[in-house]
Design a protein around this ligand. Sequence first.
Ligand SMILES: [Zn+2]
Ligand SMILES: [Zn+2]
Length: 410
Amino acid sequence: MLSNEASRASTPAFTAVVPGLSVLRDVFVNLYYAFPQDQPQGPWVLIDAGLPGSAHKIKQHAEEQFGANNPPEAILLTHGHFDHVGALEDLMAAWPNVPVYAHRLELPYLTGRSSFPPPDPTVGGGMMAYLSFAYPKHPYDFGARVQALPADGSVPGLPGWRWLHTPGHTFGHVSYFREHDKVLVAGDAFTTVFAESGLSTLTQKQEVHGPPAYFTPDWDAARASMELLARLEPEVAATGHGIPMYGEALRRQLAEFITRFDELARPKIGRYAHQAATADADGVRSVPPPVVNPWLKGLAVAGLAIGAVALATAGNGRKRGERTGNGKRKKMRASDYSYRAWYRDNPAQPGPSGPDWQYRRPRAFSDQPYSFQQSAYSRPDELSPKPSSQQYADLRYSDQQSRKIETQYP
Ligand SMILES: [Zn+2]
Ligand SMILES: [Zn+2]
């Protein structure tokens, strides 16, 4: 088992986190194998699907632990970023009867309906952030086998676990929680490594950090989600990036990080630093204009020509969203995988019955310390006049009476 003194060198790529949960480190991202504590041979589920090209490795470790011809009960996704769904297509082909689950607000990005908001390489922090411009940008389409997680908070294939909606890093990001001994699989809601830095990613020094900044389009939601997870007082945090952390040190670091979230996690500059992207059940609806790279800004002072280019870049970003005539989505050209082109060709459209979910930015949020009495998310009342306890996990933001984490569950 691992400890808080583990390092990349001392940690095998595939190892136990706690009984009933194993981790596979796939270069710089983690995926998890979860199973009943008293049945190490399975049945089991896979949480997240690693980098492209890693399906063979993922299956190999599954066979090692659960035997040949023993596919998982389900593949559960924390969110749809490329480093968490990279091998999904290959795994779905290898396991043709295995269902895939994600939060319903993540489905547009997994079923070809919307691209994620563009990543923001201007957030700084290190090489991993600067390289983010090169990460895959087109929407994935894994088809109808990707389903919404059950609304009652239960986790298919994992009795005793709950899923929690932890948006911010993506709109439909979820974390998975084994209640009786407080084992948390947090995805990228927070990390246990400084994920923006190439060096920290290399050594995997364990410490609590916020969500990977270059991919996070809503910092208020990210803070609320991390606060929710900190209030769970997890015994184990198994995150998408970094070696899992344990016990008191984990809880102390989480609590400290939350009190200084805006200082430690929220980028000083960056496209989403002070204005969030918005989305609904059909995908992204708006993104703030891009920030001109500070290096370009400096050069602009030195030369008018470069300044003009930088201004043109910023200007173009605002001209997003021309409508296609018949409302149909144009097919993407291979040469046209840029966000500007994607949003130009695929403006966000309301669904047939209008959006059933919306994000409302709390008024003057940045001026006040966050409290759970402020509701960051809400649904139109007519859709769920009295949320049943079954819908509770999904509606945690709208229940303003709830102060205790225990009552987040049905
Ligand atoms: Zn991510
Ligand atoms: Zn990630």
